[in-house]
Design a protein around this ligand. Sequence first.
Ligand SMILES: Cc1cc2nc3c(=O)[nH]c(=O)nc-3n(C[C@H](O)[C@H](O)[C@H](O)COP(=O)(O)OP(=O)(O)OC[C@H]3O[C@@H](n4cnc5c(N)ncnc54)[C@H](O)[C@@H]3O)c2cc1C
Length: 302
Amino acid sequence: MYDIVIIGAGTAGLSAAIYGVRAGKTVLILESGMFGGQIVNSRCIENYPGIPKISGYEFSKQLYDQAVSLGAEYRSTRAANLLKKDGSFTVLTEEGKEELSAKTVIVAAGAKHRTLGVPGEEKLKGQGVSYCAACDGAFFRNQEVAVVGGGSTALSDAAVLSDYCKKVYLIHRRDTFRGEAKLVDTLKEKENVEFVLNSRITAIHGEEAVESVTVENVSIGGTKELPVQGVFVAVGQVPDNQMAAGLVELDDMGYIISGEDCKTSCPGIFAAGDCRTKEVRQLVTAASDGAVAALAACEFMI
Ligand SMILES: Cc1cc2nc3c(=O)[nH]c(=O)nc-3n(C[C@H](O)[C@H](O)[C@H](O)COP(=O)(O)OP(=O)(O)OC[C@H]3O[C@@H](n4cnc5c(N)ncnc54)[C@H](O)[C@@H]3O)c2cc1C
């Protein structure tokens, strides 16, 4: 029986582990992919207080090493389901169908990229369709690419890609952006960036790899083809909290309903980081949630 089982080894989960083990608790972290979560492939982080500049990998590795060297146990496996039994919890894992017992559980499962849901997207995933410019952008050096979205992620993806791609089409279904105005101004000054506003991609074409996209103007109607080899989709995220859905309340979008205290509707289960309802989804707030959730879990066990 672990004191705390943490689902997800992103910034929130690893921060929770650090606080949990330092409070003398037995902590097991479960991770379905690679430790580090969303940030692991990011080229550069410049907004984490106290660290002026660091790569996503280095940041994740340091967090992981810190948690493990302090005594947290780490296991590569997906948490598939969460059950409550006689005042404690059972986490069922997918691989091996293990049953892990825990006095408390911290869900820190983050969020995943939203898809466009258009023809060609699924078939050409990894063949030109990408959800991470920081991870895949370098493959499109001197090529023409499209970035889809209107938030800060889409804007910064377009900025990064414009440094080495021949041409970047920024496709957004409205005529104004939700993302940072400063980034919009920077992009306007770039000669190889073209804004395709009031528009949406209706199809992605290509046999072995992306060759073009069809773009529809949602304001005046009509479609046109853009010859691109890469499509970077940055239209938001969706959480995957289904493993806890039987025990905790989720909002309409699937985020775990929780306040700044990281408590959920089920006593003993805590939610930390991007997987919970919150205004600001960033590394610093994920780390902060990790600390709050772990300390709340410790208090729950008293
Ligand atoms: C390209 C990009 C760049 C960004 N740049 C910045 C930046 O510069 N500064 C900043 O502050 N923020 C940045 N962010 C946002 C930041 O990365 C997130 O806010 C942060 O990663 C959230 O951390 P988290 O631990 O809550 O979730 P995540 O990082 O999403 O980690 C969740 C982890 O849980 C795992 N998981 C999910 N389900 C299960 C399961 N069932 N079982 C086991 N494991 C599971 C996932 O594999 C993942 O590793 C960026 C995000 C992206 C995508």
